[in-house]
Design a protein around this ligand. Structure first.
Ligand SMILES: *Cc1c(COP(=O)(O)O)cnc(C)c1O
Length: 450
């Protein structure tokens, strides 16, 4: 900082973090631009130019720190140059106002429960963090920013609940009529306030096409400020590193282990990639396990070295039904596109629906722990992969009650009780706008409504 004419002139912060595109054919941008844009102009994914190590003193004391305290230290390494400390602290503490415990399942296997947030799934973390960070960047803006999001179920609820009540932002959630479960639907259609749910006569692909076409439409772009809350957004992606540190801290606190194998039920690979960032920041993770359902594109890549995306197939772990995982571009970038380096860092497993059913049933009946169908893949991969003396943690990515019908049918012991938060949603009244799947109708609605 320097002064001229007695006034303080604020020098642009030369140290602020820049974000480059994985396709590397556009210039680097600021955090604010990366968050408001979502995707780079060359269709690449944004990556921070630096991944900073946390100091040894942090790891010495981590077992005495809370989830919020740990996450704030990690957040400063990502966002500390761009967001003042007090604001960042408020965003982190507001996002993570719930527990993230580890539970013992059997022998040397623990579950990290990421389902104690508002919609009972790990996407709450990124959804809320992004909403608050975008709200911070838009503070003082005139008019509304409109967030458009297409959902096949779970993303919509995490984003809608994350943005609920954030000033200056209105969210439109597009979902396919009759193709999301009642529990999922209630979580984003009953909120009101700044959240509008749009029930589209069509499929998830139709919803996605409507959103993508809107971003390209010149009339809409000049009339409205539009942005997306896509899962590849850095503000949704990076905060997922927080809970890996918490897993380690809680193991250390209980004197269980100094080093850990982490298994991640994976679809779009955002969650696992955030774990790779945590490891690069110094977290002692021995190796990662990528657990897939029948959408086994990354499993095949790890085996063969060739990446062959294809259409997704439907499974009972449907949040992992992804045929061309977006975040794989980030993994390639992190390891210089080296198959050897990537396979040294992680192992792959894949499970059919029949296998997933068997795991849910076995774990429940043998160990009195009920995993959801996604978490079950993570559990099973650890059971197969862990060596004597190793300790493993799988990410339990959603509460089993979010998949009641599937889970109840598998374990055959009557009703799985709904947690209070879900029961509250079920009492709410569904408010949604019905639209066809044609773009003109959607456009007219936006122009009239907004
Ligand atoms: C989104 C989701 C996943 C997959 O996470 P990715 O980051 O896409 O790999 C796994 N389980 C549940 C319950 C999810 O909602």
């Amino acid at each position: 900082m320097y002064s001229c004419n007695g006034r303080i002139a604020i020098r642009p912060n030369l140290d602020s973090m820049k974000y480059y595109s994985t396709n590397k054919s556009v210039n680097e941008v600021s955090l604010k631009e990366a968050v408001t844009k979502g995707l780079a102009d060359d269709n690449g994914l944004f990556m921070p130019e630096r991944i900073e190590k946390l100091p040894e003193s942090f790891f010495d004391n981590i077992h005495q720190m809370s989830f919020q305290e740990i996450s704030f230290e990690v957040a400063k390494k990502f966002f500390g140059e761009d967001v003042p400390e007090a604001d960042l602290k408020e965003i982190v503490y507001d996002t993570l106002n719930f527990d993230c415990p580890i539970q013992h399942v059997n022998d040397n296997i623990y579950s990290l429960e990421l389902f104690h947030g508002p919609t009972l799934a790990f996407k709450d973390v990124g959804g809320r963090f992004m909403a608050r960070l975008l709200g911070y960047f838009l503070k003082g803006n005139k008019g509304y920013v409109n967030v458009l999001v297409a959902t096949s179920g779970d993303t919509g609820s995490a984003v809608a609940n994350g943005f609920l009540g954030v000033e200056g932002i209105h969210v439109y959630v597009l979902y396919p009529k009759g193709k999301v479960s009642e529990i999922q639907e209630k979580q984003f259609t009953t909120l009101g306030q700044n959240i509008t749910a749009i029930e589209v006569e069509g499929t998830f692909d139709d919803c996605q096409r409507l959103v993508k076409t809107a971003f390209l439409d010149e009339n809409l772009k000049s009339a409205l400020t539009l942005t997306s809350a896509n899962s590849i957004n850095v503000a949704r992606f990076l905060p997922q590193a927080f809970y890996y540190f918490n897993a380690y801290a809680r193991l250390r606190e209980k004197r269980i282990a100094e080093e850990v194998v982490i298994s991640v039920p994976s679809g779009n690979f955002g969650n696992l990639t955030a774990g790779l960032f945590a490891k690069k920041m110094g977290l002692p993770i021995k190796r990662f396990i990528a657990a897939n359902n029948e959408n086994d594109i990354v499993y095949n890549y790890l085996k063969s070295g060739s990446y062959e995306p294809r259409s997704s197939v439907q499974t009972i772990a449907n949040a992992m039904d992804v045929g061309d995982p977006s975040n794989f571009a980030r993994i390639l970038d992190l390891y210089g596109h080296s198959h050897k380096a990537i396979s040294a860092e992680m192992k792959g497993y894949r499970y059919s629906d029949a296998e997933i059913r068997e795991v849910v049933s076995d774990v429940y009946h043998k160990y009195a722990y009920l995993p959801d169908p996604h978490g079950a893949t993570g559990y099973k991969a650890l059971e197969e992969d862990l060596l004597d003396g190793e300790v493993g943690v799988f990410l339990e990515t959603a509460h089993p009650a979010k998949f009641t019908e599937t889970v109840e049918r598998i374990i055959g012991v009557g009703k799985v009780p709904l947690p209070k938060k879900l029961a509250e949603f079920m009492k709410g009244e569904k408010l949604s706008v019905s639209l066809g799947s044609d773009f003109e109708g959607f456009k007219k609605f936006l122009l009239e409504e907004v």
